[in-house]
Design a protein around this ligand. Sequence first.
Ligand code: SAM
Length: 201
Amino acid sequence: MKEMRHVFEYPENVAGTWNTFFQNENPIVLEVGCGTGTYTLGLAQRFPEKNFIGIDIKGARMWHGVTQAQEQGLENAAFLRTQIEKINTYFAPEEISEIWVTFPDPQPKKSKMSKRLTSNRMLDLYTQFLKKDAIVHLKTDNEMLFDFSVEVAQERNYSIDILTKDLYQESFVDDVLSIKTVFETKFLAMGIPIKYLRYRI
Ligand SMILES: C[S@@+](CC[C@H](N)C(=O)[O-])C[C@H]1O[C@@H](n2cnc3c(N)ncnc32)[C@H](O)[C@@H]1O
């Protein structure tokens, strides 16, 4: 992956440079805990007028997305390999428009609560680089994590646009919400309803 132009492994001094990298001024959207980057790829295919960056610590998973992006010639998709705990060091204030949190590890222990990707600690990091009115999307199988995420968003007075505990029963499910990640496909096969939350920072 080191030789691929669209892959950044623990890079230095990249905050504020992403639009230069993409060679346009288009909005930039992140997928945190992207795994193989299904949303990064799916959104990049559907929205050529935006740029997408998938972030994960696991290089082997990311490799699948990276190779697909390359095969498909997706110039508006990139991958950043790092710990999300350091995410605020990679982006400048107001550099990012939107975040997708796709099937994050639920971290059920209370002692690990701050590791949840929708926790106050993580939101404090995200808000350092998000634009005003930025959108956060969460897709999860896990009810505890979903309820927790709703509570945190409400406590922070974020405006919740959509909240559903059974996405595929909703009439508003569209082509974008129907993109299915690797973990989502597994959970659906187990008959677990998919929960979806969308709010504005
Ligand atoms: C359950 S998987 C979901 C992967 C993918 N979004 C999907 O739905 O198929 C969670 C992913 O989040 C990544 N992850 C969890 N915590 C992370 C952290 N603190 N920093 C970077 N990646 C993290 C893991 O490496 C893993 O790939």
